[in-house]
Ligand binder design. Structure first.
Ligand SMILES: *[C@@H]1O[C@H](CO)[C@@H](O)[C@H](O)[C@H]1NC(C)=O
Ligand SMILES: *[C@@H]1O[C@H](CO)[C@@H](O)[C@H](O)[C@H]1NC(C)=O
Ligand SMILES: *[C@@H]1O[C@H](CO)[C@@H](O)[C@H](O)[C@H]1NC(C)=O
Ligand SMILES: *[C@@H]1O[C@H](CO)[C@@H](O)[C@H](O)[C@H]1NC(C)=O
Ligand SMILES: *[C@@H]1O[C@H](CO)[C@@H](O)[C@H](O)[C@H]1NC(C)=O
Ligand SMILES: *[C@@H]1O[C@H](CO)[C@@H](O)[C@H](O)[C@H]1NC(C)=O
Ligand SMILES: [Cu+2]
Length: 365
């Protein structure tokens, strides 16, 4: 991206010792990007995305030694950051804004550190929910993000508290495609993050597993769920329809549904960015928030609801526009207000969104 490179050069000479990612400032012009559904990318574009993700996995970690023992590469830095803040960025009033910037930082790393020319793709859940295995995202081809896991009869089925979903045909290490047998470096964590585990960043290698589950995807990531989310009258409702779940029951929204539909690593609320699917899944969540905001900017653009701890445990203040969000070693702290409009401040992107249900293959190129 030549325009971006120019901008980077100007900024880095202006700021001798910049905080991480000061290159974000003032670079909105000329970098406007359009995020598209995975299947709307041409095959070379999909390969470029996969290549850039692998490039981050091949670069050294930039987190200071000892701060995150499981962070062995640059991609791990992103996982470490999510793990580190999991207990304060989910099921609360900053979930949407924190993740919006987190995706943006990842997109910028792909572009600036790995020469990726595209923008972050997203996963339009309903298009593929009934047949994940043959979707362009999970068909196991070189232009997918890899396929299902090997069948592992003793791997654990997806559970929400004591409620257990019927399992799929995988459960083992990803068997085919670009991320087959990928080794992950952080330990797996189960359960809801309302405590701050001091050992959460420790090194505990295992393979990336999946257990693609069409039943979960069809139920929780359906077009009617998406339509319901978009029809939310207020911020409290859209947050609730996206993410609420009731432990011990099958009640949950498409945010959780997408995590559960892919497998054990995507279901890990701490380390879920370990599965590259995470970025596309959260792209869809950000798309829905963006579209919902655009329907009534006067009332919705800067609307917040909820506190700043997960499930408000321990009880905390309400999220406000000046509340500072932390991104560890990925970026400096910034106020929530920075992240409320995808066309303002440090952002300049939009989503290409095709309404309604497509057919698998319809958008293949
Ligand atoms: C972007 O361009 C517009 C119009 O040329 C200008 O008004 C605005 O200040 C520019 N923004 C930045 C961040 O350079
Ligand atoms: C199958 O899953 C069990 C339980 O998680 C695990 O202990 C075992 O290592 C897995 N086997 C393979 C081959 O992945
Ligand atoms: C799961 O079941 C156990 C034993 O019946 C119970 O103690 C626990 O509270 C239940 N957990 C949830 C989340 O419902
Ligand atoms: C993944 O690892 C298993 C067990 O070592 C091996 O049998 C299999 O061939 C590997 N698959 C790929 C695609 O590398
Ligand atoms: C926090 O938000 C809730 C719900 O919007 C509201 O009822 C409450 O008064 C707020 N608390 C403070 C301290 O502003
Ligand atoms: C984790 O969060 C704490 C508290 O904000 C911070 O001091 C630390 O640097 C963070 N570590 C990482 C790896 O992000
Ligand atoms: Cu998250």
């Amino acid at each position: 991206m030549p325009t971006y490179a120019v901008c980077l050069a100007i900024i880095s000479s202006a700021l001798p010792s910049p905080a991480a990612n000061s290159s974000l400032e003032g670079c909105a012009n000329g970098t406007s990007s359009v995020r598209r559904e995975w299947s709307a990318l041409g095959k070379p574009e999909r390969l470029a995305f996969v290549g850039a993700v692998k490039c981050l996995m091949d670069k050294p970690s930039q987190i200071p030694q000892g701060e995150a023992p499981g962070a062995l590469n640059r991609y791990d830095d992103f996982i470490a950051t999510h793990i580190n803040y999991t207990h304060v960025i989910h099921s609360n009033g900053i979930f949407l804004s924190w993740h919006r910037h987190y995706l943006h930082l990842f997109e910028k790393a792909l572009q600036d550190e790995c020469g990726y020319q595209g923008s972050l793709p997203y996963w339009n859940w309903p298009w593929w929910a009934s047949d994940l295995h043959s979707s362009p995202l999970f068909d196991g081809s070189p232009t997918s993000l890899g396929g299902d896991g090997y069948y592992n009869a003793s791997s654990e089925p997806r559970a929400n508290g004591n409620y257990t979903f019927p399992r799929g045909n995988g459960g083992g290490c990803v068997a085919a495609g670009p991320f087959a047998n990928t080794t992950l470096h952080f330990k797996r964590t189960k359960g809801i993050p309302t405590t701050n585990d001091p050992n959460k960043l420790e090194y505990a290698p295992h393979c990336l597993t999946r257990d693609l589950n069409n039943g979960i995807a069809s139920e929780y990531c359906s077009q009617s769920r998406v339509d319901g989310v978009l029809a939310s009258p207020d911020i409290a409702t859209i947050q609730s329809l996206l993410s609420d779940f009731v432990p011990g029951t099958p009640i949950m929204g498409p945010h959780n549904g997408g995590h559960y539909a892919v497998g054990e690593d995507m279901q890990d609320q701490f380390a879920s960015p370990s599965d590259p699917t995470f970025w596309l899944h959260h792209g869809m969540i950000d798309l829905l928030w963006t579209r919902w905001q655009a329907k009534d900017p006067a009332n919705r653009q800067y609307a917040l609801d909820g506190t700043v701890t997960s499930l408000n445990r321990p009880p905390s203040q309400n999220a406000t526009l000046d509340y500072m969000l932390d991104f560890g070693f990925l970026d400096k702290s910034r106020p929530v207000s920075t992240f409320m409009d995808v066309k303002k401040e440090i952002f300049d992107y939009s989503y290409e969104y095709v309404e309604g249900k497509g057919e698998p293959g319809e958008y293949e190129r």
